[in-house]
Design a protein around this ligand. Sequence first.
Ligand SMILES: Cc1cc2nc3c(=O)[nH]c(=O)nc-3n(C[C@H](O)[C@H](O)[C@H](O)COP(=O)(O)OP(=O)(O)OC[C@H]3O[C@@H](n4cnc5c(N)ncnc54)[C@H](O)[C@@H]3O)c2cc1C
Ligand code: FES
Length: 258
Amino acid sequence: MFEAKVFINQREGGEYYLLGLRVSENLAKKFLPGQFLKIRVSSTLDPLFPRPFTIHAIEGSKLYLLYRVVGKGTQILSKILPEEELKILGPLGKPFPEIKEPYIICAGGAGIAGFGYLLQKTSHLPLKIFYGVRTKEELVRVNFYEKFHVSLTLVTEDGSYGTKGLVTEALEEELENKFKKYKPCLLACGPLPMLKSVLKVAKKYQLKTFLVLETFLACGTGFCRGCVIPLRKGGYTHLCIEGPTFLAEELDLERVFS
Ligand SMILES: Cc1cc2nc3c(=O)[nH]c(=O)nc-3n(C[C@H](O)[C@H](O)[C@H](O)COP(=O)(O)OP(=O)(O)OC[C@H]3O[C@@H](n4cnc5c(N)ncnc54)[C@H](O)[C@@H]3O)c2cc1C
Ligand code: FES
């Protein structure tokens, strides 16, 4: 557990906030893309568990998180002011796997957050990023993603900006048109229904797929078994230790999505 001083906590659009924490440069270097940390948002027992967030970006000793306000913990977090100190646990989990093939990122809502740091650190950029939200106010940090000169397809469900529809429909259209030219693997993060649709598309085109599962976590350190994920070969793995990114074919997907 370490303490970090907040230097920015600003609304980016919709219910999305950018939180900036100042830590030592040595500590910042320990975080790898795909890993996460847990923030204790209250000094009382409610909420009891620190809340998990993926690293969105790192600049020297500045560590950025991008989060969506969904409940009590994130509401409390959104009220934290610059200069306040937060208790943090991390780095936690495993980094994104090293993908050697061409790959496409598919992100829904807050699922985009962790890919920022991936773009900052990787020399093997994705072919494309599909980023979908409900409406244009929720498209956040687009300028930041554009800096990496990766093809970025913005998708809104209501058509208020970019391509209209679901992000997985845009992904499928891309594969339908370009699939014969290349066979990418997929790296997807977003709500479970979105991930389920990604898997349907992946199955249709037989694409290797990595899922970033940002589901429920309790202790975050392997003790409580509150985050177990059923495996296809039988048994379980811990999201907080072995995740949050998994090769889809290794999971018992029916039970993961039930
Ligand atoms: C490894 C990991 C990394 C994450 N990274 C990010 C990130 O970078 N940015 C971000 O915005 N969020 C991220 N999340 C999700 C974030 O941790 C939750 O949204 C947050 O803990 C909710 O806390 P809360 O107290 O505000 O909501 P709660 O009061 O706990 O819940 C409010 C509502 O949201 C639902 N909910 C809570 N947690 C989740 C969840 N994980 N997935 C779907 N629904 C949920 C509950 O069922 C409930 O309906 C991550 C989760 C994990 C496990
Ligand atoms: S959250 Fe407790 S074991 Fe993973």
